[in-house]
Design a protein around this ligand. Structure first.
Ligand code: ZN
Ligand code: MN
Length: 254
């Protein structure tokens, strides 16, 4: 059985694979961040890695080990930085890590890099890292980079099924139904359904204040309820995500 995981290959096999097939390399990015009392701190990276592995298996791509620390958690989408366990990096670190990865994969001779983001706050720092990395390697390099947030591949139809009472929006979907259902599908032994808090969606004001207002965020760290999560919903979402992400990679990169 061939693996999708780049770090399980020898350098010799990796080089041969690159030369022979020019596989896309998927790089998951996550965070170490509180996800309520019912999900593990590494949820964002576990999910971006699992989704990347499923998509890669469909198209013969490889998955590199993920970047496991993310940009600082924000109150409105990740609860904020005041939770024990949330362990974040400065923007410059995030940008530098992605920039270094882009430059290294270009040096290997990879031509297709796909950054699979699982942590909302990372998006523009990943984008900056890609831009600087591509500038480093120069315009003549063959490397193309795709960036995606995996949740953007969920269709309206699927979201309507997962949220029969209405979708609260992706920002509040922190440790809520999407992440909890996907974790029930991929890592059921890490989910504590009995500890899901029963709280209404948080109603944030349309501005931010610094230092952040801890009292805006529920003590549990959950921004909208994870009630209604299920492994079946997780399986349906995981399936759609891997099919549609694989299709997008094939569409852009062949
Ligand atoms: Zn998350
Ligand atoms: Mn996050």
């Amino acid at each position: 059985m061939s693996t999708v995981w780049m770090n399980q290959l020898s350098w010799v096999d990796y080089e041969a694979r690159l030369k022979r097939d020019q596989p896309a390399i998927l790089l998951p990015v996550g965070a170490l961040e509180q996800h309520g009392p019912h999900l593990p701190l590494g949820t964002d990276g576990m999910l971006s890695s699992a989704v990347a592995a499923d998509a890669a298996a469909r198209i013969g791509a490889l998955v590199a080990p993920g970047l496991s620390y993310g940009y600082k958690s924000q109150p409105k989408c990740g609860g904020g930085q005041h939770f024990c366990g949330t362990t974040s990096v400065d923007a410059a670190t995030m940008i530098g890590s992605v920039r270094d990865a882009v430059r290294e994969f270009a040096r290997h001779g990879a031509t297709k890099l796909v950054i699979v983001n699982g942590h909302y706050e990372n998006q523009w720092f990943i984008t900056e890292g890609i831009d600087l990395g591509l500038r480093d390697v120069g315009g003549s390099a063959a490397l193309q980079v795709m960036r995606l947030e995996y949740w953007d591949f969920l269709s309206e139809t699927t979201l309507a099924t997962v949220f029969p009472d209405g979708f609260p929006g992706f920002a509040l979907e922190h440790a809520a139904v999407i992440e909890t259902s996907l974790m029930l599908h991929y890592h059921p032994s890490l989910v504590r359904l009995d500890l899901i808090p029963e709280e209404p969606p948080v109603d944030f004001p349309p501005y931010d204040v610094y230092p952040t207002r801890k009292h805006w965020v529920p003590l549990s760290g959950v921004l909208s309820s994870a009630r209604g999560s299920s492994a079946d919903k997780g399986e349906a979402m995981a399936n759609e995500l891997s099919v549609r992400i694989a299709a997008a990679i094939t569409h852009e990169f062949g």
